[in-house]
Design a protein around this ligand. Structure first.
Ligand code: C5P
Length: 208
């Protein structure tokens, strides 16, 4: 079974995808990490993430990089969002993602274009969302544990800007697939959101 989980930054899709993978006993791929790896490599090489050639030069990375904690930083997310607008970067990373989706037994894959481009035939598709303010509050809470000066307004502005870039790009923009189930986590606890996600996947299982 292939489960595609898409949605904007800080919607809860990563937490939900991880929980679905555990529940259904499937491997999980967080595709945001692939784009973050490219973004971090461009930065470390002194390149420009907005330049398609610099970004494309960074797509062949060693899998060990995916364990680098720097990939989970806010900065990596911002760089990822800039390199991910380039169609050639998306095409280069698509192969790895499709191979993961085609594993025998299936997989859970989360990102922005999984249900629309990478695995349009997925058995279940979730589009996980939440209001920008709620997502900023969650991210702010997380940040405060690392940085006492974390600024809510700056985080909200970053989320709004990231949504705009992800939704307006011409290459595989963030859109809900017609056959994706919407899961709005704005007013849900993590455990309630996970329970709902499992119910939605169960309802789709074996129907395609
Ligand atoms: O999922 P995460 O928020 O870590 O992704 C970071 C950025 O990578 C996103 O804002 C988006 O621009 C990009 N991305 C993408 N396509 C994916 C996964 C991530 O464009 N499948």
């Amino acid at each position: 079974m292939i489960i595609a989980v898409d949605g904007p930054a800080a919607s809860g899709k990563g937490t939900i995808a991880r929980a679905l993978a555990k529940h259904f006993g499937l491997p999980w791929l967080d595709t945001g990490l692939l784009y973050s790896a490219v973004g971090i490599r461009v930065m470390r090489a002194g390149g420009n993430p907005d330049d398609p050639a610099d970004a494309l030069a960074a797509v062949n990375f060693d899998d060990a990089l995916l364990d680098d904690p720097a990939l989970r930083s806010e900065e990596a997310g911002r760089l990822a969002s800039r390199v991910s607008v380039h169609a050639a970067v998306r095409a280069a990373l698509a192969e790895h993602q499709r191979a993961f989706a085609d594993r025998p037994g299936g997989a859970v894959i989360d990102g922005r274009d999984i249900g629309t481009v990478i695995a349009p035939g997925a058995d279940a598709k979730l589009f996980v969302t939440a209001s920008p303010e709620q997502r900023a509050r969650r991210r702010h809470r997380d940040e405060l544990s690392r940085n006492a000066d974390a600024d809510y307004d700056a985080i909200l502005a970053d989320i709004v800007e990231r949504d705009r870039r992800d939704s307006e790009r011409s290459a595989s923009p963030l859109v809900r697939a017609d056959d994706a189930d919407l899961l709005d986590t704005s007013d849900l606890t993590i455990s309630a959101a996970v329970r709902r996600a499992i119910e939605l996947v169960e309802a789709r299982k074996g129907k395609r």
